[in-house]
Structure formats: C-alpha cells, structure tokens
Design a protein around this ligand. Sequence first.
Ligand code: SF4
Length: 241
Amino acid sequence: MNPRSLPISETFTSIQGEGVLAGVPSFFVRVSGCNLRCAWCDTPYASWKPEHTTRSIESILDEAASSHVSHAVLTGGEPMMFDAIEDLASGLRSRGLHITIETAGTIDRDVACDLMSISPKLANSTPLAGDERDPTGHWRRLHESRRINLGALRALVTRSPEHQLKFVVRSAEDLSQDLREIESLLGAIGAVRRDRVLLMPEGTTTPTREAQLEIVSLCIARGWRYCPRLHIEVFGNKRGT
Ligand code: SF4
C-alpha cells in the first residue's frame, strides 16, 4: 500500500460514545484490518470480514477539516498496524485537532496523540472453539497469543500521560473472573491512573439496569469509572455513528 494511504472502512462525524470524552463532537476515521479477532467484535467489517476503500492521507485530512469539529478519533480495526497512521495523526495535529487513538494496545507506536485510549482484551474476547467464523481455530490461537503485549501496554501508558484503559466486562458470575484478570494486568503494567480505568459492559444494546448497577458498584469500590456507550443509547447499533 502507498505509504501515504490507508485502508479505510468508514469515516463519519458523530459524538464520541465511550470514555472520558463521551459526548464530544468528533471526526472518526476507522481503518480496516485488525491483528485480533474478538468473539464479540462490534465492528466485524474492520476485522472478521474487512471491507475497505483505499484513501489518501490528504483526502482524509480535507474531510476532517470540512467536518468543522475540533476532535478526531483514529480507530479500527487496529490503527496501530499501519505506518501511515503516523502521517495522518501528524497532519491532524498540524491542523489543530485533538487526537484520540483507539487501540487494543498490542502494538507500540510513537504517534501524535492527545488521548491514548487503550482497550486491552481479556480472556472473554477469545473466540470459542467451534466458532463458525474460525473453522480451523487459526484465529482463536493467534488471538490468544497476541491479545496481551505487556511491553506495548507499558510503553503506550508511559508515553501518554493522557490515557484511558477500557475493559469490556461481562456480568454476573463471569464478572469476578474478568476483575481478577484486570487487577493482575494493572499490577503488571504499573503507572496506570486509577481514575482512567473504565469498565464497559459487553454488548451492542443498552445493558440491563441490574448489570449496570453491578458494574457501577465495582467501579465505586475501586475508584474506576463506569463506561456507557452513549452512541448506542442515542443512535442504536448503527454504522457511521
Ligand atoms: S481489537 Fe477491536 S476491531 Fe479488532 S477484533 Fe477486537 S473489537 Fe474487533
């Protein structure tokens, strides 16, 4: 691929739906292609069944400028897989936009960024044996071997004092397993701001009140944040929002 172009799944202007900047009008660039295959991936068109058009960096920068918003979100798929993301981020910064990078944190890259939004993938993300999207188990093995890269996580957190770690968690009996994994991972990474640890319920619908309350009480006890999906509440589970 031309070093000044990227495989783009979609671009759109909406509000940020997740994390500490939830509600902020933002221009989204979703690259297509991912080095993981989460069982519950909510953007399969950028991972399991990637679709893309090849876009020049210049055309994306022009579109960002015409969106007239002050924040840009580079997401995926996995944006850190692509060298050209560095030029795109630098170009957005030189145009004065605030940049959020949304990454699973498996690849370290020194890229212009104002909020490093890392979503480390817990064991609950690994595709189950027999998943029809993965008949040979190739992605199950690859995903499990790649989903945590402690070196990359430490580097990203250390380089970006403005960071957030979003964890997708399940409810009821599975939640305690997720919590043990999160605590262990936070201990291993070190230097993570506790008020920047976010728990987000799994799913592409608004969670039940019971599930919300369960996760909220855990966040209060630990000084973490509950992370709603505002875009789902406002728009439903639709592409381009
Ligand atoms: S890392 Fe993100 S884009 Fe990749 S498979 Fe997981 S949820 Fe989907």
